[in-house]
Design a protein around this ligand. Structure first.
Ligand code: HEC
Length: 142
């Protein structure tokens, strides 16, 4: 009997720790979501992400940008690339290829995952881009 009780108290300690860890995990995620619904600034927050991850192939330094898409400004994003489809649909991240490609591309192969190789964007950057598009994708002074 005593043994049983001891074991169950260990179990409940573990349960408590697991619950605490879960709570901490949830709190972390909550914070991240909260930060992406805070106003996102293109120049301060979005441009640096695109510059690091996309300009190598879609920036002004390349003569013929990959997929004929320029991502270094409003004009290129709204025009889109070879697909003829706008890359950015302000106010609608879920339907914006810009968001679809950084979250693994579309299942039907219409939109390939970007960058095509190497390191993918981290969840914080993805959340920022999503927030920025859903907030209307303004470009500040541009
Ligand atoms: C190493 C080069 C490279 C990098 C880096 C890269 N891309 Fe691409 N991207 C390509 C190529 C090549 C294509 C054309 C592929 C195709 O049409 O199948 C393309 C096509 C696209 C298209 C489709 C354009 C259209 O209208 O057809 C989108 C959207 C896109 N990229 C977004 C991005 C984003 C966003 C990033 C950064 C997160 C990125 N790419 C980084 C090479 C790159």
């Amino acid at each position: 009997m005593r043994r049983h009780r001891a074991r169950s108290s260990i179990l409940s300690t573990c349960g408590f720790l697991a619950a605490a860890a879960l709570w901490a995990g949830c709190a972390g995620t909550g914070d991240r979501q909260a930060s992406s619904s805070a106003p996102v600034d293109y120049v301060e927050q979005i441009q640096p992400i695109l510059e690091t991850n996309c300009y190598e192939c879609h920036g002004s330094a390349v003569q013929v940008p990959s997929g004929k898409l320029r991502l270094d400004g409003r004009k290129g994003m709204l025009k889109g690339g070879r697909s003829g489809h706008p890359t950015l649909i302000p106010g609608n991240a879920a339907d914006s290829p810009l968001y679809i490609v950084i979250t693994g591309g579309s299942g039907d192969g219409t939109w390939r995952a970007m960058p095509p190789h190497g390191k993918r964007l981290n969840p914080d950057d993805i959340a920022l881009i999503r927030g920025w598009i859903d907030q209307g994708a303004t470009f500040g002074a541009q």
